[in-house]
Design a protein around this ligand. Structure first.
Ligand code: GLC
Length: 452
């Protein structure tokens, strides 16, 4: 398949996914496959829209991104029914549905979603997208409008509100981001920390320094710094750190404790022995009291590189890990969502016996085309153009031929996901974004807008 054919096929999926509301384009459906099991794929998911929005911004179709940003703000003022309590202002919808004949769009704040999961990442992605819109169009006025300012203020207040925290990392319920099903990703998952970091950066740039925002901006500043140091130090794992953890003393209390979270060395999984080569490393998936989730989660790590949450050295080490563990982390399809998969009894209690999350499938070690843009972006930031090119070439060969699957199964990602939708929109836009970031110098503003 030539690159031109692949791009034409990707644009066909993207263009037919555009959703219109009252005659104006406002977003894209998650997938166009009519055979899909679940009807909410006809909706526009906030997180799924992100790579599509990058394409629209690069192509000068900025009105759709603007309409999207504004519609989400309108939807946030809708009442939504939550059993027994009122929805936190500042929570943004996971997705919205646009009715055919001009009626009101309806949002899902998690009150309709499978498993009733809270979309913590939506507000973060919305703000990051607002920044991308401003950087590429120069239209700062949109971000300065009162409705936009108020929406940012509410979202940040919610994320920074004190509750039962003892660490600067953000505490969230299970399934509150791209992994939106039970996967033992409650607590302080890495992906949320990376997005939170990006959101805090964005706030410093887009929130007008009024008296009303003064306290909020000061909280943003200190949280940004402490979050950055905490993640860089405590989530990081390389051979050196693994050796330390392997010999950790436990039961330390008081302010001088080294093993702050009381991680027991006995919790280091067998697969990790010899898995992290010299000069490589990564941020672990999650961290809490007595709990280090050693699994490698791709999106959180790639976003940490892209947003500069990882130091330059850590970023290089993460990309070294890709190079050295290519078979495990890329295999036949770029790229795996999390490594390794959990199986047997562990699968049963990690996923709640979820047949969609069988070992090496879906969120439990499936390979996701939509992650390609973040991989290519991180590779470019670290000067690894050859790695970026290698994954792009694989994608060009494979994704259009397989009709843009949502995900692939198998430990190397050789099989089209058993329950995957075809014509999945963010799979198509991720390839377009990846190609443009790598090959087209005109795409520089979009790259800068996702790179702090
Ligand atoms: C699945 C994914 C989620 C995505 C949605 C729509 O639920 O887990 O991340 O937003 O599909 O594609």
């Amino acid at each position: 398949m030539t690159i031109d054919d692949a791009l034409a096929s990707a644009y066909q999926v993207l263009d037919s996914a555009v959703l219109k509301h009252k005659g104006r384009p406002v977003g894209t459906a998650a997938a166009l496959d009519d055979t899909v099991e679940s009807s909410n794929y006809e909706e526009c998911f906030v997180r799924d829209f992100v790579p599509s929005a990058f394409v629209f911004l690069m192509d000068g179709k900025t009105d759709i991104v603007r309409n999207f940003l504004q519609l989400v703000v309108e939807l946030c003022s809708q009442q939504s029914v939550m059993a027994g309590h009122s929805r936190a202002l500042g929570l943004m919808p996971a997705s919205f549905r646009v009715p055919r004949h001009g009626a009101k769009a309806t949002a899902d704040f998690g009150d309709r979603a499978i498993g009733r999961v809270a979309p913590v990442d939506s507000a973060m992605w919305w703000m990051l997208l607002l920044r991308s819109y401003v950087v590429t169009t120069g239209d700062l006025d949109l971000a300065h409008r009162p409705g936009m300012q108020k929406t940012m203020h509410l979202a940040l207040e919610l994320c920074l509100r004190e509750s039962f925290e003892t660490s600067p990392a953000m505490l969230v319920p299970d399934a509150s981001f791209m992994i939106d099903r039970r996967m033992e990703v409650y607590g302080h998952p890495l992906e949320i920390q990376s997005l939170f970091y990006g959101m805090l950066h964005t706030a410093q740039e887009l929130l007008v320094p009024t008296a009303d925002n003064e306290e909020l901006l000061s909280n943003v500043k200190s949280r940004l710094q402490t979050l950055r140091s905490y993640v860089r130090m405590f989530y990081w794992l390389d051979q050196y750190r693994l050796n330390e953890i392997h010999r950790f003393r436990s039961e330390e209390s008081g302010v001088d404790a080294i093993n702050l979270l009381n991680i027991y060395p006995e919790s280091i999984p067998v697969w990790l022995d010899g898995w992290v080569p010299v000069n490589s490393g990564y941020f672990v998936g999650n961290l809490g009291p007595g709990r280090m989730d050693f699994r490698y989660f791709a999106f959180g790590n790639l976003l940490a590189v892209l947003f500069g949450l990882a130091t330059d050295e850590q970023s290089q080490q993460i990309m070294n890990l890709y190079e050295e563990r290519w078979d495990d982390l890329v295999g036949a399809t770029p790229v795996i969502i999390c490594y390794p998969a959990t199986s047997r009894e562990k699968w049963a209690y990690t996923t709640g016996s979820d047949p969609k999350n069988l070992p090496w499938s879906y969120h439990n070690g499936g390979h996701w085309p939509c992650l390609l843009w973040a991989f290519v972006g991180a590779a470019i930031r670290t000067g690894r153009h050859s790695l970026a090119k290698r994954t792009l070439d694989m994608a060009i060969e494979k994704f259009p031929r397989d009709n843009w699957p949502e995900y692939y199964d198998g430990c190397k990602g050789t099989l089209i996901g058993r329950r995957a939708n075809l014509k999945q929109t963010w799979s198509a836009s991720a390839l377009i974004v990846a190609y443009r970031l790598l090959e087209d110098p005109d795409s520089l503003p979009i790259f800068e807008s996702i790179n702090f």
